[in-house]
Design a protein around this ligand. Structure first.
Ligand code: HEC
Length: 266
């Protein structure tokens, strides 16, 4: 082999490694990134069993946590936590936070799947009990879920948006944006999205909108800079929504002849 042959042989390997597909990039981001700060210190997680009324810590603690809160086994390395909980930074040190798979991770026959809706989750108890285990008796600002297997995800977004100014800095006074916590929202499987034109049950959001998905980063400790840092992970990579014609726009905002009221079209 000439001395030029070896570098040439290495070329394709370097090219493949440097250019992950969008699906590979997304998988890595979803499985290994903490997009928000931790909610609870690790000792609070480790001692949650005490608020369950048990006399001693269950032997397989990860399985007991899954059982209690309706979580599922992580099909990727996750520091020994159930899928949906993950190591994340606190103001000082590391703690335990949640991620998309708290609600978007499910299991079939004991095997966890990313993107399968979590239909056994009890997110209200998860937040209430882990706070109590950390010594803070917290009254949650609204019902995070009304019934196991559903959540009030839309209310999270409304509540968190009320804490922010339009430039994403924290507002001095929380805004009342008409929060409802009685929707009992069900989680569709992620892979169905590619067949849809709109997402969410109200059908109001373009299925290609990535900014809508970033709403979950509005944890009060996420700084505007951190949103900017996350931009490359959620680029508006799909074709922009086609702007509607001037005629359609006028029709959508014109008062109706019958009632004189303006029709709202999403
Ligand atoms: C607290 C639970 C919860 C968390 C956390 C959460 N979601 Fe969701 N998500 C839902 C629910 C519930 C729906 C269905 C809402 C509806 O139909 O109106 C949904 C809908 C979606 C949809 C639309 C699916 C469709 O077919 O209409 C996408 C995409 C999505 N979520 C992505 C994400 C991503 C990415 C994250 C993390 C950054 C995330 N979600 C975190 C509960 C959650």
């Amino acid at each position: 082999m000439t001395r030029f042959a070896l570098p040439l042989l290495l070329l394709p390997i370097v090219a493949v490694a440097a250019d992950p597909t969008p699906a590979e990039r997304g998988k890595k981001a979803i499985e290994s990134t903490a997009f928000i700060k931790a909610f609870w210190p690790k000792p609070a997680y480790e001692s949650a069993w005490k608020v369950w009324g048990l006399a001693e810590k269950p032997k397989d603690y990860e399985a007991a946590v899954r059982e209690r809160y309706g979580l599922h086994p992580a099909p990727y390395p996750n520091d020994g936590y159930p899928m949906g909980l993950r190591t994340a930074s606190m103001l000082i040190g590391k703690g335990v936070g949640i991620d998309c798979m708290t609600c978007h991770g499910g299991s079939l026959f004991g095997k966890g799947y990313v993107g399968l809706g979590n239909h056994s989750l009890d997110i209200h108890s998860l937040f209430e009990e882990l706070a109590a285990a950390g010594g803070a008796s917290v009254k949650l600002p609204f019902a995070f879920s009304q019934v196991r297997g559903t959540s009030e995800a839309g209310a999270f977004a409304v509540y968190l948006l009320g804490l922010r100014n339009p430039d994403l800095s924290i507002a001095k006074e929380p805004k009342e944006l008409g929060l409802h916590d009685d929707s009992c929202e069900d989680v569709p499987a992620w892979w169905l999205l590619k067949k849809k034109k709109t997402m969410y049950h109200v059908g109001a959001t373009d299925a290609r909108s990535v900014r809508s998905i970033m709403q979950f980063m509005m944890h009060p400790l996420t700084t505007p800079k951190e949103f900017e840092k996350a931009e490359p992970t959620t680029p508006p990579r799909r074709r922009r929504a086609k702007p509607c014609s001037r005629r359609t726009a006028q029709a959508a905002t014109a008062p109706t002849a019958r009632t004189g009221r303006t029709r709202t079209r999403w």
